[in-house]
Structure formats: C-alpha cells, structure tokens
Design a protein around this ligand. Structure first.
Ligand SMILES: Nc1ncnc2c1ncn2[C@@H]1O[C@H](COP(=O)(O)OP(=O)(O)OP(=O)(O)O)[C@@H](O)[C@H]1O
Ligand SMILES: [Mg+2]
Length: 380
C-alpha cells in the first residue's frame, strides 16, 4: 500500500483515487447503451472519479472531459466543445469542416483561437450540431463526453437558454447514437429542472439518461485511504488499522472528510487517540470557517427550497436528527403542520438530496456525519 499525502479538495493522481473501480466498471457498462447522470452529495468524489475514467481510458472510446463551471452563455459552451473536438481531430490532420464552412458565410467571419465571431452567438445550436457531425463523420470511435458541473452551467445561462440546451443535448443523443454524455456536478440537476418547470418548461430532458449515485467509500476502501494517509503524514498512533477503521466510521466513509481530518491531525503534537479524533471532528463541524464545507447541507435548503418547503424540511430534519428513524405517520404526527401534500413532496426532495433514506417504512438520516453536524450546528 502506497503512503499518501492529504489533499483535501484537489485533483488526485488516478492511482490515489481509491475504491471506485467497481463503480467505474458499471458506468462503462451502462455507457455501452446509454448516457449517464452521476449524482452525489457534494465532495463525494465525482470529479476525481470521472478524471480517473478519463486518465485510464477505454479501448475504442474517445473520452473528452470538460469542466463547465466557468460557462456563462451557450456559445461559450459550444466553443469549449468545439475546441475539444477540433484539438482531437487535428491529431490526425482533420478539422471541423462543417463548422468552419458555416462560420465562413458571415461577413465578419474573422476569428482567432477558439472563439467564434460575435455574430455566431445566436447560431449556437447549429454550431453545436455541426461540431458533433464533424466529430462523428471524422472518426469511428464511440465518443464519451464527461461534462462536469452541467447543472452549474445551466444555472448560469438563464432559464430560456437552459431549456434549449437541455433539449438540444437530448436530441443530439438521439440523433447520434455513437455519442454518449456523462453529466455530473455539485448541484442536483433535479433542482435546475424543477426551477425550469416552474418557469413553464414541459419536457423531461434527461429521461433517456441512466442515473447513478456515487456513494461514500465502503468501510474497507475508506480504511485503506485512511491508512495510506496516516502513513504518508506520519501520524503517530497505537494501532494504525484500528485507528483507520475508527476514522472511516466516524466520517461515514466520505473521502473528502478523511483527507481534511488527516490534514488537521498532522498538526496535533504527539499520539493521536480516538478521543482526539472525536474532538477534532466535533470542532471542525462547527468551525465558522466551514472548512469541511458541510454547511452546504443547511445552506442548500435556503437556496433550492421554497419558503414553504423550507419550513417543512427544517422541521423534518430537526426531528429525525435526534431519532433513530420514524415511519411516515409518526413523522407526520410529530411535525404538527397542516399540508400533507407538501410534507410528501418535501420528503421526496430530502431523499433526492441525500439527507434521508427510507429503510422499509422508516425514514432516517442517510449519512451519520451529516446527522451529527445537524445536531451540533442546530444545538438540538
Ligand atoms: N476515491 C477517492 N479516493 C481518495 N480521495 C478522494 C476520493 N474521492 C474524493 N476524494 C477526496 O475528496 C476531495 C473531493 O473530491 P471531488 O472534488 O472529486 O468531489 P466532487 O464530488 O466532485 O465535489 P463537488 O461536488 O464539490 O464538485 C478530493 O480532493 C479528495 O481529497
Ligand atoms: Mg466536482
């Protein structure tokens, strides 16, 4: 086992991305048939996983990764896709002819680098389609676009254009079966689509895509990661194996928390025991600097839930944070609110947003460390 330095939040070398091999194999298998939406809690390791997929590659597949976080308009997105395609084709002395022909019809068709002339902006859908056409006609591989932060981009470009974007991406998937897309991102796509529906959007633009959850690491993978970090950071402890297991359980197998906890522990002088670990975690959870980025579980409710939904959501979470779990009826009785339909739809949202799970008939917190954060931060 190779020792490893803590790197909370960064992009890791592919061999340092632990425990995603089975999931990656599953994603490749699904991509044979269908495009994929990867979703997970923030910081669960989505970006590192798809970067690993790209780095490892796959026979007979062309894999293109792009982070879309900085995109502010549809044409910027199209330029990015075009740049990726053009760079790939140029390796075999090919080019995106259809795109270039289309651009050349404009009077002011001068452009440099990977920016289209301004006048092309309104034609972004045609340009996107032509880019894909150029790509599929110039090479035989199946093409996999790994697009990170898709929901974030959609949030940036405005409702009307987001709707058009989702629709055209769907029609490209249908018209070009050799093209597959993997969408991922730190905001749930369902929030973006919910907002678009409120603005009048009628389509179901991702119902052809296969949704996959990226879960926390298994206990054994989390322990492996923790062991490597304890060794790499030379943390002194009695029994590495027991400590690694303890830490993994305490942070619910979430790899980001393992990295960030170790990066804190390495500055603590002397032997590290369970008590020190527990204290460090508890302090981190209420650290006003939000270094663990865990406040997002609270903030998200303000950002993506309506005022009405928020009232229900907070109360549901407050109740479940101090219970081991409750049935629908018990939870409803304890809530003592008046609209059962809102209650049902908020429960659904809380399940989708990874706060809760339903085990048989019982609703409970999904992730222990989140439950702990909820209790501590809301002084329940
Ligand atoms: N499989 C893994 N093995 C080891 N460390 C990991 C793994 N996955 C994630 N990490 C750690 O967690 C951090 C966050 O991972 P990453 O940025 O991939 O998450 P994300 O799900 O894309 O987050 P966001 O939702 O904020 O975009 C990494 O920088 C690394 O420290
Ligand atoms: Mg990410």
């Amino acid at each position: 086992m190779k020792a490893m330095k803590a790197n909370p939040g960064g992009i890791l070398a592919p061999e340092d991305v632990i425990g995603r091999d089975k999931l990656i194999a599953k994603i490749w298998a699904i991509l044979e048939q269908q495009s994929v939406i990867l979703s997970a809690e923030r910081r669960m390791g989505k970006t590192n996983m798809i970067k690993k997929m790209q780095a490892e590659g796959k026979d007979n597949k062309l894999i293109i990764f792009r982070d879309l976080e900085g995109m502010r308009s549809p044409i910027e997105f199209v330029e990015a896709v075009w740049e990726d395609v053009e760079k790939y084709l140029s390796k075999s002395q090919k080019t995106t002819q259809k795109v270039r022909q289309f651009i050349s019809q404009f009077q002011d068709a001068e452009f440099s680098g990977f920016k289209f002339p301004k006048i092309a902006a309104t034609h972004w859908k045609i340009l996107l389609t032509k880019t894909i056409e150029d790509l599929v006609t110039n090479q035989e591989h199946q093409v996999i676009f790994l697009w990170d932060e898709v929901p974030y981009m959609l949030g940036n470009i405005g409702d009307e254009e987001s709707m058009e974007m989702l629709d055209i991406l769907r029609s490209l998937r249908q018209n070009y079966p050799q093209v597959r897309m993997v969408f991922t991102g730190s905001i749930g796509l369902h929030h973006v689509i919910k907002k678009l529906k409120e603005a009048g959007y009628k389509n179901d633009p991702t119902n052809d895509m296969y949704p996959i959850d990226v879960p926390p690491l298994s206990l054994s993978n989390a322990s492996e990661l923790t062991t490597r970090l304890i060794e790499g950071e030379k943390i002194e402890t009695d029994n590495i194996e027991i400590m690694a297991q303890y830490i993994s359980e305490e942070v619910s197998g979430i790899p980001f928390y393992i990295h960030i906890l170790i990066s804190k522990l390495k500055f603590i002088y002397g032997f590290i025991d369970k008590k020190t670990v527990e204290k460090t975690i508890n302090k981190s959870l209420i650290n006003p600097l939000n270094i663990w980025k865990i406040e997002h579980y609270r903030d998200r409710i303000d950002n993506y839930y309506t005022e009405y939904e928020k009232k229900y959501a907070l109360k549901i979470l407050d109740i479940l944070a101090i219970e081991s779990g409750l049935s629908f009826q018990d939870l409803w009785n304890r809530l003592a609110l008046d609209d059962e339909e809102i209650f049902r739809s908020v429960l659904k949202l809380l399940l989708k947003d990874y706060y809760l799970i339903k085990e048989n008939t019982i609703f409970k917190f999904k992730i222990n460390i989140v439950k702990k954060y909820w209790v501590i931060s809301r002084t329940l």
